[in-house]
Design a protein around this ligand. Structure first.
Ligand SMILES: NC(=O)c1ccc[n+]([C@@H]2O[C@H](COP(=O)([O-])OP(=O)(O)OC[C@H]3O[C@@H](n4cnc5c(N)ncnc54)[C@H](OP(=O)(O)O)[C@@H]3O)[C@@H](O)[C@H]2O)c1
Length: 508
């Protein structure tokens, strides 16, 4: 595994801890050699030490989902004895010649059979040039026998994959000059989460949900990714990106695709990815009237006063960048025609939560005197992606007593309570899948392009018509009023943004 950007934040905080967790659970194929490549001048021992320091920060850390008891010395040794470090500048051809010779030695000494996973943990401006450099040095050549690689070469590409439909197409064209589509693993780390993968199991391994999964039974779907953090130190990056580009065509649309896709013929990567792509291609182009943007002003988040977005470091004092977006979209196919999907994401909101709420149509008629059907809470299936992974179903029940009184209750399943905690940073499954060559959780070129296509109209409109009313929501609130109106005009309302189980909130 060759990591470009070996000294960077992603490698330290997520990639290496994920490799450690995989090694601990026996899921690293032996022998694995890890080669770090970065401009930072340091020895392999310095690199090991900085990775070790990061790993130590997870020990008994109650604030991390990756809290571990101790660094296991056996695991550490297994993972780090075959580590090497190559220093150089990505723009220097000489670096790739040096790397070619180095990988030749690594293949011989570590018996890796010449298989290579190149992980581009670098800023997106390097994705195209790095692939070209690797291709030019002959490092992407595979030995194919009957179309099956005997010695494989794969490239993992981080997000963001383009900034618009044009730049995504351009990047796809550029990297496919040197790579077959099967060699490309475009990562979206949301797909590494257990609950996201569980969406397919929930839908296609149970008989009870799929018959209800259509426009006849579902009233609408809400997808929420709410953060309590602001832009922190990422002002420069965020100013160019904004909430729509940062979250919607990738993370939120991946959730949408999982919830809305047709059943695939098999769990083969291409069968699943084809169905996800079809769903994204069926999104009706989103019109600007169905898109709300917001930017946080100062406020109080989790009891702490925070400044507004325009006062954050490296942010323009009159910035027009959105930190919140809400969209209403429709899907033009037989299953979903007429069912609105409402998506929202934002920074500095009331609580940190990512969830999908599938709201079913109401019972057609309430038999209970003095309980009009509009007063019965609707049935909602909520899939909690984070932080408290699980799902719940809400329904109506009779309150004990001689009077007929109806109350909304919920059945709840919590991953942590049922299966016990599993230390993970969220990259474990993704890295493992790259190593075994399973592309099911990675985005294909057409999937990425379909996603950008769906949002391009809004991106263009917002670029032409700068927002006049920013800031338009207080940090620590549920977002701008216009987002509430987006649903109110359809006679609906957003689910409250809350971090705890819905059943706790429902209990009187
Ligand atoms: N960090 C995260 O939590 C996170 C999460 C999801 C996705 N990602 C994505 O992952 C990628 C990496 O992010 P990151 O936060 O790890 O970035 P980063 O901390 O800047 O790491 C990149 C590394 O590459 C080095 N580098 C820069 N220019 C170079 C050159 N010309 N030649 C050789 N090395 C060079 C940097 O060295 P210098 O520091 O000296 O420039 C740095 O060590 C990005 O695409 C990002 O969008 C990151």
């Amino acid at each position: 595994m060759v990591i470009f950007g070996a000294s960077g934040d992603l490698t330290h905080r997520l990639l290496f801890p994920a490799l450690y967790n995989l090694c601990r659970t026996g899921l690293i194929p032996q022998p694995l050699a890890i080669v770090g490549v970065d401009i930072v001048g340091q020895s392999v021992d310095d690199w090991r030490q900085s990775l070790r320091k990061m790993l130590e920060s997870f020990v008994n850390n109650p604030n991390s989902e990756n809290s571990i008891d101790a660094v296991d010395e056996g695991v550490w040794q297994r993972l780090t004895t075959r580590m090497t470090y190559v220093q150089g500048d990505f723009s220097d051809r000489g670096l790739f010649e040096k790397l070619r010779l180095h990988l030749h030695d690594v293949a011989r000494d570590c018996q890796t059979a010449g298989n290579c996973l190149f992980y581009l943990a670098v800023a997106d401006r390097f994705f195209g040039p790095l692939v070209e450099q690797l291709g030019h040095a002959g490092l992407l050549d595979e030995e194919l026998r009957d179309g099956v690689p005997q010695r494989w070469r794969r490239v993992v590409i981080e997000k963001p994959f383009g900034h618009s439909i044009d730049s995504a197409r351009e990047l796809n064209t550029r990297i496919r000059r040197d790579l077959r589509e099967e060699q490309i693993f475009r990562i979206d780390h949301f797909l590494g989460k257990e609950t996201v993968q569980n969406i397919l199991v929930l839908r296609f391994a149970n008989g009870i949900f799929e018959p209800l999964w259509d426009r006849d039974h579902i009233d609408h779907v809400q997808i929420t990714a709410a953060e309590t953090v602001g832009v922190e130190t990422r002002g420069r990056f965020y100013e160019r990106t904004g909430a729509l580009r940062d979250m919607v065509p990738n993370h939120l649309f991946q959730l949408l695709a999982m919830i809305g896709m047709e059943p695939p013929n098999s769990f083969n990567a291409d069968a699943v990815r084809a169905k996800k792509t079809e769903l994204l291609q069926a999104i009706h182009p989103i019109s600007p009237e169905n898109a709300v943007r917001g930017q946080y002003g100062s406020g109080t988040v989790l009891g702490r006063p925070v400044p507004g977005y325009r006062q954050e470091p490296n942010v323009a004092p009159d910035s027009g960048t959105e930190t919140y977006v809400a969209l209403k979209l429709g899907i033009d196919n037989w299953r979903w025609a007429g069912v609105p999907f409402y998506l929202r994401t934002g920074k500095h909101l009331t609580a940190r939560t990512t969830e999908i709420a599938v709201q079913f149509r109401r019972a057609p008629y309430a038999l209970f005197r003095e309980t009009p059907v509009e007063r019965l809470p609707p049935n909602i299936l909520t899939l909690r992606i984070q932080p408290d992974e699980g799902l719940s179903v809400s329904f109506n029940a009779k309150r004990p007593g001689s009077e007929i009184e109806i109350d909304g209750v919920a059945m709840d399943f919590s991953y942590r309570e049922y299966f016990g905690p599993l230390a993970a940073v969220g990259y474990e499954t993704l890295i493992y899948d790259c190593l075994i060559g399973d592309a099911i959780l990675f985005q294909r070129a057409d999937t990425v392009e379909a996603a950008w296509c769906a949002v391009q109209r809004v991106i263009d409109y917002w670029a032409r018509e700068p927002a006049k009313e920013f800031p338009n929501y207080a940090a620590g609130s549920a977002g701008p009023d216009a987002a509430a109106q987006l649903l109110a005009r359809d006679g609906r309302a957003w689910s409250p943004i809350r971090a705890e189980h819905p059943h706790k909130a429902l209990r009187p």
